[in-house]
Structures are given as structure tokens and as C-alpha cells.
Design a protein around this ligand. Structure first.
Ligand SMILES: [Zn+2]
Length: 194
């Protein structure tokens, strides 16, 4: 069954060990922020730092693992038709739009959408870490470390598939940041299969 996350919104759901989560970009150039928490202990959470450390790379793709803060593999990427995602930047938020976009009445962004969706699981906003930013295209200058947010490389129908290596609570958004999505807000779709 395919689920749709409307533009600039988010969802949360559980994933059992061994199940696969497919995240689809139905229209192209749309980012989805992904969070994972252990269902047995929400203090165990997806860790950008550990995942990048153990991969020794900042761009993760098929075969790579997303580790927790306790160095357990939470998810593994088993298929990826795009090959470019970001794991450096925090979920966009009202503060992002205030600081980077100078918005007078900022949207709550992925951060607010994730906090809202995860609240029924007892996960508060201060527990939200750096998300795995599916399809987000952040270019890094190898000499200076300068970051540039570019339009996603994903085209309509592109997908990434994760396999859960433990029981998880997942947060997932259709990202709300103009620059990340080439200035057009689109939906994200996902499927869960056993
Ligand atoms: Zn976002």
C-alpha cells in the first residue's frame, strides 16, 4: 500500500525488524527528511556522526548503514536510484526560515512537522537529531568545506529502499525548505513491505 505525505507535512509510523521502507519522489526534485528511533528505547536514535564516521564518507548509498547513537545498525540502504542524499544538515524549522530566508511568519518546517508526528510516541522536539535527508543534494567544497544546497537529482518515480535491522519508530516528511526542493513543494510517497 502506498501512502502519500502532502507537501510541507510529515508522518510517523512503526517499522518492524526485517521490513522494508521505500521512499518515493513522485514528481521529482523533492526532499524527505527521515528519522529513526528504537521502539524499545527512544533514547536510541539515528546518528549522522556515527554513520558518517563508520562509512568514512559523507554521501551514503546502497549497502551503507544508518547507525544509532549506540552504534547499532538501525536501517540499511538496499536500493537507491538517485545516489545523492544529505546527512549533514538539521531538519528545516521555523528558525531556519527566520535565519536563512528572513521570513516574517516562518513555517514550522520539517522540524515542527516531525515533532508533531512523533509526539504520540512520546518523542519531544529536543530529541530530534540530524535527519537522513533523502534526495537532498548538498555540494561540499573539498578544500574549504563550503556547503551549497542544490536542486535534488531525483526525477519522478525515483526511490530509495531501507531495510530495518531492529524495530523502529520512523518520522518522515515532505520537506518544506524552498532551496532544498528547487522552490516547489511537492508530496512524498512511501511504502512498507515485509
Ligand atoms: Zn525540510
Amino acid at each position: 500500500m502506498r501512502h502519500t505525505i502532502p507537501p510541507r507535512s510529515g508522518a510517523a509510523f512503526t517499522l518492524e525488524r526485517g521490513q522494508r521502507l521505500t521512499v518515493i519522489d513522485p514528481e521529482g526534485e523533492q526532499v524527505a527528511d527521515l528519522l529513526a528511533f528504537s521502539r524499545s528505547d527512544i533514547d536510541e536514535v539515528i546518528s549522522s556522526g556515527r554513520s558518517l564516521d563508520y562509512a568514512s564518507r559523507i554521501f551514503l548509498t546502497t549497502g551503507d548503514a544508518l547507525y544509532s547513537n549506540r552504534s547499532n545498525v538501525m536501517l540499511r540502504i538496499v536500493e537507491d536510484t538517485v545516489g545523492r542524499h544529505d546527512f549533514l544538515l538539521t531538519p528545516c524549522s521555523a528558525d531556519t526560515f527566520r535565519i536563512l530566508y528572513d521570513d516574517a511568519e516562518p513555517h514550522r518546517g520539517c522540524f515542527g512537522n516531525l515533532a508533531h508526528a512523533l509526539a504520540p510516541y512520546g518523542i519531544g522536539p529536543d530529541r530530534i537529531p540530524v535527519a537522513f535527508n533523502v534526495f537532498m543534494n548538498v555540494a561540499v567544497d573539498g578544500d574549504t568545506g563550503a556547503l551549497a544546497v542544490r536542486p535534488p537529482l531525483s526525477r519522478a518515480g525515483d526511490r530509495i529502499v531501507f531495510e530495518a535491522e531492529t524495530d523502529l519508530i520512523i518520522g518522515l516528511t515532505a520537506c518544506s525548505a524552498p532551496q532544498s526542493n528547487n522552490f516547489a513543494f511537492k508530496p512524498i510517497e512511501y511504502e512498507i513491505s515485509s
